[in-house]
Design a protein around this ligand. Structure first.
Ligand code: IMP
Length: 194
């Protein structure tokens, strides 16, 4: 199964959740280093666009994900533009700086991460989503993770994602929740095949 990503962090997260049942190959393992177009204006549209691109290129079942940080007081921004919130080339530190500046005067810090996975098997398309609610901290805490992890405090915790272990984060994260649905779906298929 191909995971249409070149992000090593994501690949490790997803492979850890799938265990030994399915071997996931990232794009670098296929020697594919081109940019995949991501021009849709929704997470679902982008996930499908990436999965379709790789599915056509390699003629192999594959899935792709797209994630956005949706901040309530910013009407859901940066959302589908999370990666390039502070412009291109993409830079996580600049994205966080911009987010903290935009929210400087806001007492409502609530936000969510949302992931949509698009799975293509032959001509079938399935979507799986995962959401984690939380709050945006007023400054960075922790050194783990990537992207906006240092400022996102998941609901029920008083630490940012960057202060949690990878296992803790995976067990509650947006992507973890979407991947769990994907894994359940794939496991059921295997069960039916056996
Ligand atoms: P993508 O669509 O999954 O590549 O993610 C879009 C943006 O959200 C990128 O800037 C990522 O750094 C950020 N992002 C995605 N997943 C996470 C996460 O688990 N933690 C923090 N930031 C993330």
């Amino acid at each position: 199964m191909i995971f249409a990503t070149n992000n090593k962090h994501k690949l490790e997260e997803v492979q850890a959740m799938l265990g030994n049942s399915v071997k996931v190959a990232g794009l670098s393992e296929l020697d594919f280093f081109e940019e995949i177009p991501e021009t849709a204006d929704t997470l679902q549209g982008n996930a499908l666009q990436k999965a379709q691109f790789i599915h056509q290129r390699f003629d192999n079942d594959c899935f792709a994900d797209d994630t956005g940080l949706e901040v309530d007081c910013l009407n859901g921004a940066p959302g589908v533009f999370s990666a390039r919130y502070a412009g291109e080339p993409t830079n996580s530190e600049k994205n966080i700086d911009k987010l903290l500046a935009e929210m400087e005067k806001s007492s409502d810090r609530s936000a969510q991460f949302r992931t949509v996975i698009a799975l293509i098997q032959g001509s079938d398309i399935q979507y799986f989503d995962g959401i984690i609610r939380g709050k945006i901290a007023t400054e960075r805490y922790g050194s783990g993770g990537f992207g906006y992890d240092a400022v996102f405090i998941p609901e029920g915790y008083n630490k940012t994602f960057a202060e949690l272990s990878a296992e803790e984060k995976n067990s509650i994260s947006h992507r973890g929740r979407a991947v769990k649905k994907l894994v359940e779906f794939l496991s059921k298929q295997r069960f039916l095949q056996d």
